[in-house]
Design a protein around this ligand. Sequence first.
Ligand code: BG6
Length: 507
Amino acid sequence: MTSILTNPLRVGLRQERVITPQCLVIFGASGDLTHRKLIPALFELFRQRRLPSEFAILGCARRPWSDTEFRDRMQEALKAEINEHLQAWEQFSQGLFYEPVDLQQTDHMVRLALRLETIDRLRATRGNRTFYLSVSPEFYGSGCKALASAGLLADPERSRIVIEKPFGRDYGSAQNLNRIVQSCAKESQVFRIDHYLGKETVQNILVMRFANTIFEPIWNRNYIANVQITAAETVGVEERAGYYESAGALRDMVQNHLTQILALTAMEPPGRFDPEAIRNEKAKVLQAAHLADENDAWKCCVRGQYGPGGTSSHPLSGYRQEPGVNPNSTTETYVAMKVFINNWRWQGVPFYLRTGKRLPKRLSEVVLTFRRAPVHLFDAAGGAPTPNQLILRIQPDEGAEIKFEVKAPGSGMRSRPVDMAFNYDDSFGEPSDEGYVRLLADAMLGDPTLFTRSDEVEAAWRLYTPLLALIEEAPWQLPVHPYEARTWGPAAADSLLADDGLSWRRP
Ligand code: BG6
C-alpha cells in the first residue's frame, strides 16, 4: 500500500506535486467554512486535475444528513460557482459522502471508522486520511482525543489532522492545546492552518527577500526606519457575532494573520528551503518580538470599535447594533500597535501593526520605510526628500511597489517622489488560487511549510500576553475608541504614530 507520506516531506514548493489517494474528512461539514471555502477549494483542485481519482471527501457533523442531502446542499450553496462547470461537479460530487458524527460520542467514532473503511474499498483511498477540524475551537482538543481513541491517528504515515484558527485563546490555553494535540498525534501529523500563508503574495515575501540580492543587504536597522503592516477590511462582523464577540480583532486577525506576515518580513534567511528550516526562523523571530512597552502595554496599543456610518442611501450599522452583538459590547473591531524585535537585525525599528473592520478600503500590505538621505542636496517637495518605501501589496492589486526620488523636469535640481510598480496581474495574467486551494493541497501532500508549528503559535500568543491580560484585568486602560464606519479608525491610532513623528500610510 502507498502511504500519503511516500511523497517526500521535503518536497518544498518547487515542482507541481501529486496528491496521493486519500479521504479528506471534514468535521463541521454543515458549517459556513465548508461551503464557503473548503468545498470550493477542493472543487478547484479537482478542476485543475490535481486530485487523484482515488479520492473522497467525507463530511461529518451532527445533523442527520444523507450523502445525497450533503451533495445537494453543497451544490445549492455553490450554485453560482458551479453553474458553468456542471459536468465537472457531477463527477466531483460522486466522491462526496456524509456521516452524522458527534465527536463526543464513542459509538459515533466507531461508526466513523467503519464508514472510512467502506469508503476505502469504494474509492480505493488506501487508508490514507486527512482530518480537517472545522468545528468550534473549544472542540479542537476533544476532537483530537476522540480521533486518537478511535485509533484513527495511530499511523503517522497515513493520518493527518488540520486544525483551524484560533489555536487557543491565549498563551496558556495554546500551550495546553498543544499538549493535548501532541499526546494524540506526532507534530509531523499536525497542520495548524492560517489562510494568510496560503496567499501567493504572502509567500512572495520570502521570494522577494531571498531570491534577490538587492533587498537583503538593506533589510535591517541600518537602512529601515520603520515597518507598517496593515490588514484593512470594509466588511463588518457579518453573521459571525457569536464567534467574534469573544475573539475581537486582536485574536481574530493580529495574533495569527498579521503576526505571520510580521514573521516572514522579519525572519532571518533560512539555510535551505525546507519546512523546518523556515519554521525555525519564524519561531526564532517571534520569540524575539515584544510589545514596545511590556510593562505599560496600554501605551503601545489602541483598540477601536466601529460605530454607524455610511451614506444616507447606504447607511451602515455600528458594531453594537449588529445582530447578535451585545449593545454594550467592548469587543474591539480595530487594533493598532507597536512592536519591537530584540535582535541584531531589528533592534530599535518599530513595527506598527493595524487591522480593522469597516474601514474605507479592503487592503493588506507591508510598508518598509527607509531612513532619509543623510544630506539634502536638492530642493524637494515638502522641504525634504520623501523617505524611500518598499510596499508589498498583499491584496487586492497584488504586487509590489518602490517609492523613490527622481529629478523633476526643469532647469532646477528639484527632486520629486515617484513609484515603480510590479503587478501580478500584468506580469502573470492569471488570477492566483485562493489561499485554501494551496493550503488544502499542501496538507494533503504532507508539506508543512505553510502551516504554523507548535512553538510558533505559542510565541505568537506570548507576544500579546500583556495586552490580553490588560483587557481581562484592567480594561479601562485599553478602552475601545469608537470610530465612524468607513473611516480609518480612531484618532488615538494616529497619535500612536504621531508620537514617533510618523503617520499611517493612507493608500
Ligand atoms: C479571517 C477572520 O481569518 O480572515 C475574518 O476570521 C476576516 O474576520 C478574514 O474577515 C479576512 O481574510 P481575507 O482573506 O479576506 O483578508
